[in-house]
Structure formats: structure tokens, C-alpha cells
Design a protein around this ligand. Sequence first.
Ligand code: NIG
Ligand code: FE
Length: 437
Amino acid sequence: MQIPASSASATTSAASAVGGQPPVQLFAHARLLTMSGGSSGTAIDRRDSIAAADGRIVALGSEAELRRRFPEAQLNDLQGRLVTPGLIDCHTHIVHGGDRSAEMERRLAGESYENIARAGGGILSTAAATSRLTESELATTALPRVDALLADGVTTLEIKSGYGIELEVELRSLRAARQIGALRPVSVATTYLAAHVVPPQFPGGSEGYVERVCTHYLPAVAASGLADAVDAYCESIAFSVDQVARVFDRARGLGLPVKLHADQLSNMHAAALAARFRALSADHLEFTDDAGVAALAAAGTVAVLLPGAFHFLRQRQAPPVQALRRARVPMAIASDCNPGTSPLSSLLTAMNLAAVEFGLSTAECLAAVTREAARALGVLADRGSIEVGKSCDLAIWNVEQPAALVYSLGSRPLHESVWRGQRVAAAGRPLAVPPAA
Ligand code: NIG
Ligand code: FE
């Protein structure tokens, strides 16, 4: 399922600059779901064509109108296909060593996730496997998972560190994440997951570790420029509200936005903590209460739902979707692709799980992997909808109805994607719409 990076540049080189202007690509004859702020969920736009130059959308309109405006444009006839913004997976731990299939067997035999973690398994076992890999091994072992997401129409991918624990392995993981953005046609947003697990035998335990993160690790990561945001895991088996607050204080002081693994296994009042620091997102939220929801709403923090982890951990308590909806908290959906709680590399499957298990509508699911996922990454001005001025990132689908993207499991409905104005073949398919001569 490899998507060569070169496929991304195969077509644009054919068009040449005219009069010093960048070449214009016309993506014509589409059924557009723009997902722009005003558009209501699954309504097809009255316009059917997109003009792009330099990787950005420069105009939307009818095919005839855009052909008149851009007579030299290279035409890509999308043959009436449904087109959405490129999908955005806003929460993954896709860079890591090893797998945890043996732990799955233990859990199936009745052991709890928390007990396995307390006994030195869980995140710590992935941390050991991660520390044994080089930067390029970390990048290349992640590629099959990345390619699976790309085959679902993903054009932006968030990647967290957090299995490195020690500063040097954390920086290595973040560099591997950035490498993935160079190896594949996808925009990568990196997150330093500063407090994920308390390392055993760390001098001073979790307090000592948080101190080290605040005084040494965070400044070093900020100086490296390798992280776009900072994350933490607030849970009884991980870090307390006070400890996370110290990490977030330091991160914000260094100019880095924050996000939080909040209330996944118990109500830690972590959603309110995220809101207090104006977090971009609070993620999981199975045990968040009404006060937490109200705090998210007031702060404009996005609720990121991770139904893959809910499913894999056989949780019973779903996040408070009805309360989030009522309070108008934006909801995103992500894969949480990780070896311990969500070995899931399909964003379409995550949408299906969010609909079936959490009760999201198909319109909410589509917004959750486009506009709201962009908001969760702080990139809404650049991505997440099909609008003039935004990056021309598109997913072109072989389905009739938008709901079909949520409905099926295991189908491969992607026809092609477009990343920064460049056509990218879907896995196993050639670029099927030949550029006009
Ligand atoms: O998002 N909760 C913390 N991080 C991951 C799982 C970590 C693991 O078990 O490896 C999550 O679920
Ligand atoms: Fe996670």
C-alpha cells in the first residue's frame, strides 16, 4: 500500500507558468461538499469547480465561468464525483516501535488496561521498543500505517511523540514525524506529548519527572522548533491535574499551544483543566461532566472524540455527545492510531464508530474530520474546508451520497486525493483522470 511521494508531483510539472503567473489547475465537474462555516453539513454546493494555483484555491465557480477566467488552466475532469476537503486526522501516536498484540490477549483474558500499565506494560513497553529504533527506522516503520490513512483521503496528519520519554528519544520521534511529511504527500503537525507515562526509577518519581520536563525538556523542544503543540495525559495512572497545569504553564510561556488527553478512564476534571489553558483540544472525554463541557464551550476548545480507543478498550461510557452538542462545543474525530489502545489506521472507520457508538450524525462526522479537525490543530485558516485562499487539499470519492463515507466498513471509496494542488493516486490505483493535453 505504498504511495510514492513522486506521484504527488507527477502532474503539475506538465503545466508551465504563463506570463510569469503560476500555472492554474482546474478541478472541474465535481459535486462539492465545501464544509465551509456557512454550509450545512452534507449539502452539495451550487458551484462545481475549483481553480488552484501554487497549491491554493484561487476561485470557486461553475466550470464555464472558471474556464473563461483561466483559459490556460490545466483541466482535471472529476466526472461528477463527490469531493470533500482532504481529511484531517488530528490525533495519532503513529510513530512508535513494536506492537502490543500480546497485551490484547491478556486483556481478552480479563486483565484491565490499567493493571497491565501498573505492572510495567502498556505505554512503558512501547517506550522500550521505541527507544531501540533510529530516527529513520521510526519513520519507515510508521509508513504502512500512514499509507493506510492516506488511502482514506487523509491530507493532514497530527503525530505525537510520547513513547520516547527521555528527551533524546522524544526529539528523535519528532524528527521522524517530520520525516514522514517529507516522504509522503501529507501535511504533518507535530505534538510533543510531554507527560505520557511516569518512568520507573526516575529520581523523584512523577514529581521529579514533571520538574525535569518543565526545566529542561520543554525549553529544549521549543528551541528545536520540532513541535507545533504540547500534550499531556491526565489520568490516575499517569499525571495529576496539578502536574499537567505546571507543564501547560511552561508550554504556554514558551509560546506553544496545548491539548490534553482528558477524562478517558475516569473524571479527573481534565476537560476544565484544558479549558483553563485555552487548549486547542481536549481529547477522549468519556468521563467529562457538565461542568467540563461548559468549560470547553466557554474556552472554544474542540472536543476530539476517539472511538477507536473506546472500542478497543471495550469501554461502556460514551463521551457526553448530547451535552457537547447542546453547548455547541465543536466535535472532531480522530483515529488515535497507537499500539496500546487504538491500533486503527482508518479515519473512515473512526467515523463509522463515532456514528454507531457515540451517535454522531453523518453531517457531524464529516465536519469532525475536516473543519473541526482543522480547528483542533489551529489550522482552520489554512485547511479544513474548500474555500478561496485555503490550501487545495481534496478527497475525491467514488460514492454517490456523503453518508456512504460513514456507512461502510472496509470499503475503499477514495478515487484520488489532491494535496496542495497536486493529484495523488489512491493506493493501488493509477491517477485515473488523465490531465488534458
Ligand atoms: O491516546 N492515553 C494515552 N495515550 C494513548 C494510549 C497509549 C498507550 O496505551 O500506548 C491514547 O489512548
Ligand atoms: Fe492518544
